[in-house]
Design a protein around this ligand. Structure first.
Ligand SMILES: CC(C)(COP(=O)(O)OP(=O)(O)OC[C@H]1O[C@@H](n2cnc3c(N)ncnc32)[C@H](O)[C@@H]1OP(=O)(O)O)[C@@H](O)C(=O)NCCC(=O)NCCS
Length: 151
């Protein structure tokens, strides 16, 4: 497996991986414009994981507005490629790209596969709160907020 910075050429394959992740439950709502969803406001960099010449995962770093703490965002791995360290490799690339200081992220309470991974990597739970969005059934999920100091 290798990790490289995302390019426009990865976009179509990435949307297909996102679709497979959605079929497995995340994201709960399929975005109206998946390519735009993969490029949220303030995206500074993004990486893809490649296995056998296929895109199998993604992560990004955003700075939502000037002076705000960087955030890890849009982490997902193809369901057929989970449990092999793909997310670990993506998070290594994202965390190592930062100049030093704190980085944060939000994760839903009901995705323990994700927050166990963050806790194993030294991320600290800093709080919980309601999401600013709702699922297709109208439920507002609870988010867990995490932060980590990188050197
Ligand atoms: C959360 C997610 C990104 C994890 O991706 P992943 O590539 O499976 O993650 P990893 O392989 O690095 O780790 C997953 C598990 O496999 C284990 N693992 C990693 N490498 C392994 C290996 N070589 N052999 C056996 N197990 C391994 C890890 O220890 C981990 O176990 P744990 O859950 O008990 O801690 C993936 O499940 C996903 O895409 N979920 C949907 C999207 C999502 O929830 N994103 C987070 C939004 S904030």
């Amino acid at each position: 497996m290798r990790i490289h910075e995302r390019t426009d050429a990865d976009q179509d394959a990435l949307v297909e991986v996102l679709w497979r992740a959605h079929v497995f439950g995340w994201p709960s709502t399929w975005p109206a414009d998946p390519a735009a969803w993969l490029t949220p406001t303030g995206l500074r960099a993004a990486w893809v994981a490649i296995e056998d010449d296929r895109v199998v995962g993604h992560v990004g770093i955003t700075v939502p507005s000037p002076g705000r703490m960087p955030e890890v965002t849009r982490l997902f791995v193809d369901p057929d490629h989970r449990g092999r360290g793909v997310a670990d490799a993506l998070l290594d690339a994202a965390e190592q790209s930062l100049p030093g200081g704190h980085v944060r992220l939000d994760v839903t309470e009901d995705t323990p596969a994700a927050w166990r991974l963050y806790e194993r990597r030294g991320w600290c739970l800093t709080g919980r709160g309601p999401a600013g969005w709702c699922r297709p059934d109208g439920e507002v999920p609870t988010l867990r907020f995490y932060a980590k100091r990188v050197d």
